[in-house]
Design a protein around this ligand. Structure first.
Ligand SMILES: O=P(O)(O)OC[C@H]1O[C@](O)(CO)[C@@H](O)[C@@H]1O
Length: 525
């Protein structure tokens, strides 16, 4: 396998020979409707990736296929899931796909079959969750736990929180809901206070989630919660479990009722399908629902093995993103789910993408001289339409858009007003926005003129089920991985978060000087 920097790829010259596609002209023509019917690739769990409104024609797609071949994307994915050392910065394997299924060879580390290890932890979590639901594991008074609170930050919060919110409505409608989940992440004392004051602490079970077991915010919030439990006359160890790595300081501690394990081969932002997401989702919805979520993710991972990018939705999405970032020079991407259940999905993708590919050195630590990961932001539609879409439609930057939409709502409750249901109004807005962005509208009044030519793709599904959510999550994880391969990055470390942490520790221990002292004073420290 060859690891070349992006700017060394010979197939890049193909783009110099192609002229950009005129998106507005193409979609406005008779070919527009045909593109919507033909420019799509099936994903897992009934989802479909449609790229009709992307500015890519046959010539550009052909060049992207050549780029994928030269960058050996399929080979690199195969190497990753077969246990190659892909996290070069930290010298670690990258095995999050193994938490949801076997994709290739057995991966054995220090005599441990990793797939067996992840599955065993999932079974332990399932067993624990079932005992909690049956009241066999209870509070000091023998009463059932009625809510679960996850304490964690970054990947130990964003993914699990986004997944919980994504399935809460579905579970309530489908008689799968077991207990409310809440999340404490920020070290701001107002976060923990607000959550604790909104729950019945005596009937709450807390999950402390930290892979490293050293994260300042999480350990502070653990102490905050333990203090609150003691003040209620409750024994913290009867109310708290941990999800951590076996080597962390939290492992094998008496502070917890029990602990579930992951390992260093699961990156925090890739950990939703490990115990990090598994404990809270199994407690909230039951282990069977978590298992269905894993099945959806695994099915998408299998699709990502396809070597032809035109049949591989994750790879194709990645390649079109690279084209927009590096050839067309677009600096950011908006993620726009038309689904209230996906309200925190853009926040999760922000970490997933920006912590993975926000790098300016390659996988060998050498500086790179080309743009890498874009800025990611987003909000659910239609709320975003009444917020930042003005800039998306008429601003000076072109920002590629990633829509997600479903034909059916989750909660089976809707009302028809003026001839259409709310779900129909929601979906009408997605269709309208895609066309408005791509085709625009001419107006003599320049203030009302829409240039169009603003590209988007859409992932469409019937309904946001556990399987569809798993497939959606895995799609983006795989897309980001493929982009990292094209840019020759290590997408699995995050050294960029360390400096701020070190300086904050200095401030707290009074070891500041110069401008750091000045800013500390400014904040009343
Ligand atoms: O699970 P941990 O070890 O507490 O880490 C939490 C988060 O902190 C980070 O390391 C960044 O600060 C993330 O990558 C990670 O998801």
């Amino acid at each position: 396998m060859e690891w070349k920097n992006f700017d060394q790829l010979e197939s890049l010259r193909l783009f110099a020979e192609t002229k950009p596609m005129d998106l507005k002209e193409t979609l406005d023509s008779a070919a527009g409707a045909t593109r919507v019917e033909t420019c799509h690739v099936p994903m897992a769990a009934g989802l479909d990736y449609n790229y009709a409104a992307k500015a890519v024609d046959q010539k550009i797609l052909l060049a992207l296929v050549k780029l994928a071949e030269e960058a050996q994307l399929a080979d690199k994915y195969r190497a990753l899931y077969n246990g190659a050392m892909m996290n070069t910065g930290e010298q670690r394997l990258v095995l999050h796909q193994l938490t949801r299924g076997q994709l290739g060879d057995d991966v054995v580390v220090d005599g441990v079959n990793k797939r067996d290890f992840y599955r065993k932890e999932q079974e332990r979590i399932a067993d624990f969750a079932n005992q909690v639901h049956r009241g066999q594991i209870s509070n000091e008074k023998g009463e059932k736990f009625t809510s679960v609170v996850q304490i964690g930050i970054g990947g130990s919060d964003l993914g699990p929180r986004a997944m919980y919110l994504a399935l809460e409505g579905w579970a309530k409608t489908n008689q799968s809901f077991q207990m409310d989940a809440h999340f404490i992440s920020n070290v701001d004392p107002d976060d923990a206070t607000a959550v604790l004051s909104g729950i019945d602490v005596a009937h709450a079970i807390f999950i402390l989630v930290s892979k490293s077991g050293t994260t300042l915010e999480t350990l502070t919030n653990q102490a905050f919660v333990m203090d609150a439990l003691r003040k209620e006359g409750l024994e913290p160890a009867r109310h708290m479990i941990a999800v951590t790595s076996e080597t962390s300081p939290l492992a094998h501690s008496d502070d917890f009722l029990t602990a579930f394990y992951m390992d260093d081969f699961i990156g925090g932002r890739y950990s939703s399908t490990s115990g990090v997401g598994g404990a809270v989702l199994s407690l909230a919805f039951g282990p069977e629902i978590f298992d269905r979520f894993l099945q959806g993710a695994h099915a998408e991972d299998l699709l990502a093995k396809e070597t032809d990018p035109m049949k591989n939705p994750d790879m194709l999405d990645a390649l079109i993103g690279v084209y927009e970032r590096n050839i067309l020079g677009y600096p950011s991407t908006a993620v726009l789910p038309y689904s209230q259940a996906l309200s925190r999905f853009p926040a999760h993708l922000q970490q997933l993408d920006m912590e993975s590919n926000g790098k300016s050195v390659n996988r060998d630590g050498q500086p790179v001289d080309y743009p890498t990961g874009p800025v990611i932001f987003g909000e659910p539609g239609t709320n975003g339409q009444h917020s930042f879409y003005q800039l998306l439609h008429q601003g000076t930057d072109i920002i590629p858009l990633q829509f997600v939409g479903f034909k059916r709502s989750q909660r089976a409750n809707d009302v028809t007003i003026e001839g259409s249901s709310s779900q129909q109004k929601l979906d009408a807005n997605v269709a309208a926005q895609i066309v408005a962005f791509a085709c625009g509208k001419e107006d003599e009044n320049r203030n009302k003129n829409f240039k169009g030519g603003r590209p988007s793709s859409i992932i469409v599904g019937e309904e946001l089920t556990p399987e569809a959510l798993g497939a959606l999550l895995a799609h983006f994880e795989n897309k980001i991985m493929f982009q990292g391969f094209v840019w020759n990055l290590n997408s699995f470390d995050q050294e960029g978060v360390q400096l701020g942490k070190t300086l904050a520790r200095k401030v707290l221990s009074g070891q500041t000087q110069g401008v750091l002292t000045a800013y500390s004073r400014l904040l009343g420290l």
